[in-house]
Unconditional design. Structure first.
Length: 199
């Protein structure tokens, strides 16, 4: 098969000469192909089994979509949107776990879609400073908080690790196998952190 491939440029030149008016039986010499090797062609063994050649199917242009661009995430990060199914005005908050954050005024009591990053559980509160009624969400989040009866209610949040090697409990994987709280964090000024509106 390989020798035929190497002869293709020569055959193309020959075919081109015949197509441009050389009558049948004309003995006009065909010009030499400058890319043709000067030495006789040799067979090269490539160890390719022609019965075991696999082809990759082409890409269906009807199924193309732009790649989803995600900001680089760190533990505690949160993606929020004002409308359902992660539409409307959206923002990606970079935060630290075990800290309380108040939402910026334009998002306070306006969120309908919330997605915490993987491996974390976030508690959302109806009032600033992580107090009042609350609801928890784990990754992949909720595209419509109406179903959770917490649509347009979030004012603040805190996130924690959600390592599910312990006992599953309300609010995520919050307990170790012995019943103790996983990553217990005392409530106080140190736990309040900084306000996300200052970024």
């Amino acid at each position: 098969m390989l020798p035929i491939l190497l002869l293709l440029p020569f055959l193309a030149t020959l075919t081109s000469a015949q197509a441009h008016g050389s009558p049948a039986g004309d003995q006009t010499p065909v010009p030499e192909d400058p890319s043709a090797p000067e030495e006789p062609l040799e067979h090269v063994d490539t160890n390719i089994d022609p019965n075991n050649v696999q082809f990759q199917p082409g890409i269906d242009p009807n199924n193309l979509s732009p790649p989803e661009i995600k900001p680089e995430s760190t533990p505690g990060d949160l993606y929020v949107c004002t409308d359902s199914q992660f539409s409307g005005e959206c923002e990606y908050f970079h935060a630290l776990t075990y800290n309380c954050y108040n939402l910026a005024p334009k998002f306070r009591h306006e969120l309908t879609s919330i997605r915490p990053d993987k491996n974390q559980m976030c508690q959302f509160y109806a009032e600033d400073n992580c107090v009042g009624d609350s609801d928890w969400i784990r990754w992949p989040g909720s595209g419509n908080m109406r179903g959770r009866r917490f649509d347009n209610r979030v004012a603040s949040w805190t996130c924690s690790d959600d390592n599910c090697d312990g006992v599953q409990g309300p609010g995520g994987c919050t307990k170790n196998a012995d019943g103790s709280l996983k990553n217990a964090n005392p409530v106080g000024d140190a736990a309040k952190g900084w306000d996300a509106t200052r970024e």
